[in-house]
Design a protein around this ligand. Sequence first.
Ligand code: GTP
Ligand code: MG
Length: 672
Amino acid sequence: MKFEPKKVRNFVVAGQSGTGKTSLCDLMLFKAKAVDRLGSVDNKTSISDYTADEQEKRSSIYAAHLTCSWKDMQFFITDTPGYGEFVGEVISGFRASDAALIAVDGVNGIEFGTARAWKFSNDFKIPRFFFVNRLDREQADFYKVLDELQEAYGKTVAIPLTIPKGKEADLSGVIDVLSDEEPPAEYKQIVEKYRSQLMDTAVESDDKLMERYLAGEEISAEEIKQGLHDAIRSGALVPVFAGSAAKDIGVEEVMDDIVNLIQTPLERYRVSADGTDIIPKEDGDAAAFVFKSVTDPFIGQMVYFRVLTGVFKANSDVINLTTGGKEHIGQMMILNGKTQIPVEEASPGCICAVAKLKTTKTGDTLGTSAECKAMSPMIFPAPVMAYAISAVKSGEEDKIMQGFAKLCGNDPTLRLERDKETHQVLLKGMGEQHLLMSVHRLKDIAKTEVHLHAPKVPYRETITGKGEGSYRHKKQSGGHGQFAEVHLRVESNPDGYEFVNAIVGGAIPKNFIPAVEKGVQEAMERGPLAGCLVEKMKVTVYDGKFHEVDSSEMAFKIAARMAFRDAMAKAKPVLMEPIMSARIMIPDAYTGEISGTINHKRGRILGMNAEEGLECIEAEVPYSEMLKFATELRSITQGKGSFEMSFARYEVVGQAVANEIIAKFQAENTEE
Ligand SMILES: Nc1nc2c(ncn2[C@@H]2O[C@H](COP(=O)(O)OP(=O)(O)OP(=O)(O)O)[C@@H](O)[C@H]2O)c(=O)[nH]1
Ligand SMILES: [Mg+2]
């Protein structure tokens, strides 16, 4: 099987969860006769949602790669999950594609998933088009959704290529705005309106065409097509289609226009990591971007790549341009859900899987010649939720680590980290479902289980005043005694930790000073209030005593540790907590409730603005209050909101809250 790049169309299907993306993909495969039976999400027979977990959930978790031929063209389709927590799959799906089909619900209109798909199309510089789906449902209203799209993305940008015939249960078909010569009388006016808007857009991209158009000359269908193609490619036009995947309405029109109007893989320019353009060619040196890797329980590690330029051949040697390593490609497969179809050659636009590469991982570029350029890796959002994990069966810690290492290698939004401050092992990801799913996967691939706990908050301690403390360590236990005395001062120092030796006249001999500092640093690892890291202070040793025979490094370390505690208690110690900067994207209707929730969480709202059809709240909230926010936001907004957060700084905890934390710590530590 070989593909001519001019006849390949590669696009990603993205948008809010439940807008019918997978149903649309199943229908496209069926119409293109890539399968003999129409797959269905609801009946657990979808070609795209083929994993047991997806069938159970009746919703996509992983991006699925599909392929079919339609009117002499080969489609490579990536169906992505709409559920916000699986965003990693969406990002790699966009990286692999030349255009985005954004599914929008005919009742709900713009939702978070719509805005996100729009943003990714911008980030990846790919043209997009909307499919307003589920128009057969009660209260579905194409024109209301169209208004929203035009409001958010531009009146002259979002223009229908098809409009619905009938509505809700009486939806009976669509009218093709450009080519339906005789639309039913009641639609004539509206068709004329959009047709003339499309004509304006089509001729705008070409001055000569524009002149002829204005002079009233005939413009050929081919010229209009080219004009629309260029306008879509530049983003000046984002066509809107109407339909219903469930009723098979408006889908063929979309498929035909994908063939007619969307850019070919040869028109998809990219920029390499060193800033030079990668201009795709039909043959010659080949390069492909590895956008994903998967651990298959039977085959082992599989990597998925998208050919950027040139032709790859099965059973050939290639170079990993990112690492410089050599690899051998054995069998190459294109994918239709779980079906793998071997191919001899892969050309621009193809999405292929290969097994058993030695060191290649997600984000690398493969090439047939060292002359080819590597692309930069993808950027994924930072995790927004964490669980502390522990082994269910002790002794399986290594197995757990290895299992998670594999999962993290395949999922760039998942991380396993040891927290230096709380000493917990944290599994971090994009939300509760994402983390639970990963733990479930661990059971599959490593046959081991973990307990999940709420993570401890890495509080810190510091002082707001100044204090002096001293301690004499003296012990006589048989032979040698132990003796050391340390006097020191602590004072607040916003710049960080500083240690000053102000001893004059040898009260503590120089060679013991490092031991004194060591003692101070040890004391700072476990503060007196709640056992947290102590920071931001200047510590000055100004006096002490020693004994010729009985003093030792150990004795000075102990004395310094105790003197430090004494001084800190007198210097107005306070507890500090991590504060997160959060950006919360929600539909307007939830602004009130989310603002209330933020206030309730001791958060501060810094600003609110409308962004791409959604409300964006910028806020700062203590980390301890955000541990479960991913889950709360989901339940408040019914999955229509999303957020990202990053560490901002430490701040002093208010007295009442601090007292609770300290009391809890002390109770736990006396129990021990
Ligand atoms: N009434 C109606 N229901 C539809 C239509 N298209 C899909 N559905 C139903 O909507 C539900 C969600 O469809 P999916 O195809 O799984 O939606 P999705 O966008 O892939 O969702 P995620 O995978 O969660 O992102 C299913 O129950 C479908 O049967 C439609 O045109 N009309
Ligand atoms: Mg889906």
